[in-house]
Design a protein around this ligand. Structure first.
Ligand code: MRU
Length: 368
């Protein structure tokens, strides 16, 4: 996607020195656009942990490049042990999104071929690049499949705008490029369909306000930021045609873990007969699980993310302020699980499917 007219991915190898991984620093958005260098395993670990990079697809890609950095760092003699240890370190950074462990396991699988370390360092680079390229290809296909849904709604209300509600950031910043939930929106907008996006602010970290609003703005997609609690009211008043969210982990029966608050949007959508779609690449499925509520690990983060809020002052400084009494206890769950019965359909790179095991496996029969 383009930022001020220049095409960017969210992660890439520095052209002048491919031993350096570069990422867009998402902690600085929307107030500043900065690129950060990752030069070692520890840099990659920290970038995922502190959410310099975030979003299911991107943390997968960053973990893959983290394994590449680990391969560069590893000695020839301790190569295999170091990579195993690196994989464990990266997997421990964030527990909910499937993509992270999926990417680490793919890197470890490819690199455990017993070849000389020098060969395997080259393979690590090629595999990390392939994971990033595939992420883009899958998002491009999600865009194509999802665009038809928006076009169909537009046909039913000629001359009117299609109103889409989304939660958190499942846009191109959450992947290597293009995104999942916003991919069909960009495609529809680019095809000349009049769309408007209701952007949930997405407390506590406000990825909707700081990231989704920013990237939709960069692409010229009409949008309006709303408080997280406003969605139900908008749905009751006919102001939402469709909800599209991303996902961090989806079980083989179609239960969806996504940013905290998604479940409430799905409940409100069901009560108002509004379709609720979830867009995801296959790397977000966890085919080993059948019960999302019982089995998907939900990340619990620092309570200070709830107790403090950060933003830019009128003087241009980015500051963090406390919004509750000093001694107020807080809890901070990062994700919730929307049961499959509330999901209208899944939008995947191979097409649309209902959120149940038979339909999912008919798209991905290799996991039967
Ligand atoms: O905590 P984050 O920002 O890494 O959460 C991930 C998300 O942005 C959302 O849950 C998103 O909807 C799915 S990621 C494609």
């Amino acid at each position: 996607m383009k930022v001020d007219g220049h095409a960017y991915r969210t992660i890439w190898l520095k052209p002048e020195d491919p031993r350096i991984v570069q990422v867009i620093d998402q902690l600085k958005l929307p107030h500043a656009f900065e690129v950060k260098n990752l030069v070692c395993l520890e840099d990659a670990r920290r970038a995922i942990s502190d959410m310099t990079v975030r979003g299911a697809g991107l943390i997968g890609a960053c973990a893959a490049y983290g394994m590449y950095l680990a391969a560069l760092e590893a000695s020839d003699t301790g190569f295999d042990a170091f990579l195993q240890q690196a994989g464990a370190i990266l997997k421990a950074t964030r527990p909910t999104a499937s993509n992270l462990a999926w990417a680490v396991d793919r890197m470890l699988g490819t690199l455990s071929n017993g070849a000389a370390p020098a060969i395997r360092r080259i393979l690590a680079k090629e595999t990390a690049n392939a994971i990033a390229d595939e992420d883009i290809e899958h998002c491009r296909n999600i865009a194509a499949h999802g665009q038809g849904l928006i076009a169909a709604i537009a046909q039913r209300k000629p001359g009117q705008v299609v109103n889409i509600l989304t939660h958190c950031n499942a846009g191109w910043l959450a992947f290597v490029d293009i995104g999942s939930a916003t991919a069909p929106i960009y495609a529809a907008h680019d095809a000349g369909i009049a769309v408007h996006v209701w952007v949930d602010e997405t407390r506590p970290r406000n990825q909707g306000a700081s990231l989704t609003a920013w990237e939709l703005g960069q692409h010229g997609v009409p949008h309006t930021l709303i408080a997280d609690n406003a969605g139900g009211h908008l749905m009751q008043h006919g102001l939402v045609d469709v909800v599209i969210t991303g996902a961090d982990r989806v079980t083989r029966n179609g239960d969806v873990a996504n940013k905290i608050g998604t479940y409430l949007k799905a409940l409100a959508a069901r009560d108002n007969q509004i379709p609720f779609y979830v867009a995801l690449p296959s790397s977000t499925f966890d085919f080993s699980l059948r019960d999302g509520i019982a089995q998907i690990p939900i990340e619990e983060r620092d309570p200070d993310e709830v107790r403090y809020i950060s933003g830019q002052t009128t003087h241009g400084l980015v500051e963090s302020v406390r919004i509750c009494p000093t001694s107020t206890p807080a809890r901070n769950w990062g994700f919730d699980v929307t049961p499959a019965r509330l999901v209208t359909q899944l939008i995947c790179e191979r097409g649309l499917c209902n959120a149940n095991e038979a339909a999912i496996l008919s798209l991905f029969p290799e996991h039967c």
